[in-house]
Design a protein around this ligand. Sequence first.
Ligand SMILES: Cc1cc2nc3c(=O)[nH]c(=O)nc-3n(C[C@H](O)[C@H](O)[C@H](O)COP(=O)(O)O)c2cc1C
Length: 205
Amino acid sequence: MAGAPTIVSVCGSLGAGSANRDALDVAAGRLRTTGVVHDVPHVAIAAVPMFDPAAVDDPPPAVAELRAVLEAADGVLIAAPEYAGGLAGGIKNALDWLVGSGSLYHRPVAVLSAGTTGGGFAIEQLVRTLSWQGALTVATLGIAAPATKMDGGRFTDPSTLAGIEAWADRLATAISLPAPALLARVREVVSPFGIDAVRFGLADQ
Ligand SMILES: Cc1cc2nc3c(=O)[nH]c(=O)nc-3n(C[C@H](O)[C@H](O)[C@H](O)COP(=O)(O)O)c2cc1C
């Protein structure tokens, strides 16, 4: 698999039997079996402390490590729950640490939220906070009522599995797109959220 891209995953849930974590595992399995990558390392964010603006240029070790892993990646899969009508705080906090370092700047990212109502608010907030730091959201996916689509802590519902696989495929495809086509893809994803793709500073078609 010479020349394979580096794709990593980040999960915003620590829950036992997390639906978001299993969705990432399904996506990783897809990228492995289709030969895109050998593996999709999971980047833990549980040790990332509360954002401290004074520490942006001399961050704690967990942040320095997170930044390094993401900066070495060609693409990132993010899955996070919706809590109390918004994006799970742990992932928002981790992403806030990446603004000053530009670690996700111009990096293709696919975002997903599995949760009771389908994670619409979490997805919207993820797309916005990623876009505000110049990350390129190339795919979104909401999974409603995940428990009804899982068995033994694993997604088993065929159409949900197909949706997760298609979501992973969209990231894999985006990684090798030339800038104009990549921008077109991002515009398609972010425009429904009222985000102007001009902010990404990529060449237009
Ligand atoms: C504190 C808390 C708040 C929640 N708030 C919402 C919510 O606002 N909208 C929603 O759709 N689901 C909500 N849920 C349900 C979660 O989205 C659901 O349990 C999801 O499966 C959690 O992700 P995980 O399985 O990856 O841990 C909430 C769950 C918890 C524990």
